[in-house]
Every structure is written in C-alpha cells, then in structure tokens.
Design a protein around this ligand. Structure first.
Ligand code: BTN
Length: 264
C-alpha cells in the first residue's frame, strides 16, 4: 500500500505536493482535485488515490484503477498566462514527467502525441488535463496522471482502445510506487519551470512515438493521414501528407493511431 506519511516526508518537491490528500478509495482524483481547486486550494495541491471507482480518461473514456496496483494522482496547477492554445503543454509535461520517471527505473518509453505513454507500443500511462476558465483567463488546471504499475492494473483488452501494459511487466521485478510517484512529481515540477521552452520541446520531441510512421489523426474537423515528422513550436504535431505537404496539428481534441495497427 502507498503510505501517505512516507510520501509527505518527501513533499513538496519544486512547490508541488503540499497539501497532499490521500484516499484509499475515491471516484476520481481529478474530480476531487477540481473540488479542492474551486474551494481555493493552492497551486501544488496533490490528490493521490489507491483505487478509483470512476477514473476518467480523455474523451469521456473510463480509466481503470484497481486497488494498490497503479498510480492515480491529480495536481492543482495555477499557471500564469496559459491560453487555450498552450494548455496542451501541461499535458505534455505530465507525459514527459512519466517518461523520465520510467527512464529512472531503466525503461525506455515514448509519448504518443499528445498524452499517452507507451512501452513497446503498449499504453502504460495517460494524462488528463482539465481546465477552468474565467473568460479568457485560466483559473486553474488539473493535471491528472494514471500509471499502470503492477500487472493487476492492466485493463482487460475489451475495456480499452489500445493494448496496455504495466511498469513491472517491463522491469521484471517489484517497483516501489512511492519512488515512482515522487519521481513523476519531480519531473512535473522541473518541466513546469520550463513550460513551453525550447528545452521542453526538444525533450518531448526526443521521446515522440511513431516518428517516420504513417498515422491517422482524428481531429474535430475530420481525419488527417500523414507521416510523423516531429513537433513544431507550441507542441504541434508535424505530419507530411502523401503529396509532400507539411501539416501541423494543434494539441486539442485529437485521437492518433498508427495506420498499420488497424482501427482499434
Ligand atoms: C487517458 O489516457 O485517457 C488519460 C487517463 C488519465 C487517468 C488519470 S488517473 C488520475 C486522474 N483521475 C482521473 O479520473 N483520471 C486521471
């Protein structure tokens, strides 16, 4: 089991993780963090749960978090000057923090633009950023991160839209979830200070999945097919279409699949 006191002893890290709210069982840490943020909880508030009964993924999908086997955390962030266009950078920093935490335990993971973390093409973690706006001004954002750690946390195939895996299946041994969680917080804290910077873009670009492969991106305006060339300024995905034209897609409500994986 995760131990709240053990976590608290190492928090805050880079201004994140204080206060810490720990729940053995909750509906969704994102929902709870949103409630705290609405009540005025400060930047850096962290909500951690051992089990989620209504965990949420992007596009209204269900997120599986059975007891004592995953990481489910949400941070209240109150960044200055972020716009709807640059909000996706928060998602990227969550994914980057997970990738680097996995690198610390010897795993090479990649970011499936914009918000999934993959190990050998299988999803191990996801990031859900939710924002509250006061007119054009961001009031707060909730950065929710879910990581499959133990085999029990891997969702059954019929519940997910892409194959999943977990950290321990790759490492081949028990992983300390406290260490992993603190490493993720540390990564978020580090990249938060460089949000949207050229360094962040380089780090993200280096871990981009499907580079050179043909993918289909489902966007609000329709579907776009192209070869992944990398990231452009602002974290937009650069694709080259069949006729050689370069296309840039903004981080928004998108859904990306490599074409050779079928439609799943
Ligand atoms: C996705 O891949 O679709 C995003 C998944 C995000 C899951 C995390 S788990 C902690 C936080 N609470 C939630 O209800 N969702 C996020």
């Amino acid at each position: 089991m995760l131990n709240a006191e053990r976590l608290r002893a190492s928090l805050p890290i880079c201004g994140l993780g204080e206060p810490l709210y720990f729940y053995p069982n909750i509906g969704s840490t994102n929902d709870q963090a949103t409630d705290f943020a609405r009540q005025g909880s400060p930047h850096g508030t962290l909500v951690v749960a051992e089990e989620q009964t209504s965990g949420r993924g992007r596009a209204g999908r269900y997120w599986f978090t059975p007891p004592a086997s995953a990481l489910a955390l949400s941070l209240v962030l109150r960044p200055q000057g972020l716009t709807l266009e640059t909000l996706g950078e928060l998602t990227a920093l969550g994914a980057l923090a997970v990738v680097e935490a996995l690198e610390n335990v010897g795993i090479e993971a990649l970011i499936k633009w914009p918000n999934d973390v993959l190990i050998h093409g299988r999803k191990v973690a996801g990031v859900l950023t939710e924002a509250s706006w006061l007119g054009d001004e961001l009031e707060f954002a909730i950065l929710g991160v879910g990581v499959n750690v133990r085999p029990k946390s891997v969702p059954p195939d019929e519940k997910v839209d892409m194959p999943a895996t977990c950290v321990e299946a790759t490492v081949g041994e028990r992983v300390d979830r406290h260490e992993l969680l603190l490493n993720v917080i540390q990564g978020v804290g580090k990249w938060y200070l460089h949000l949207g910077s050229p360094q962040m873009l380089i780090a993200w670009n280096q871990r981009l999945a499907y580079r050179g492969r043909i993918v289909k991106v489902h966007h609000m305006q329709g579907a776009i097919l192209g070869r992944v060339k990398g990231l452009a300024i602002g974290g937009r995905l650069r694709l080259q279409s069949e006729d050689g034209e370069m296309i840039e897609i903004a981080v928004g409500d998108v859904h990306l699949r490599p074409v050779d994986m079928g439609s799943k």
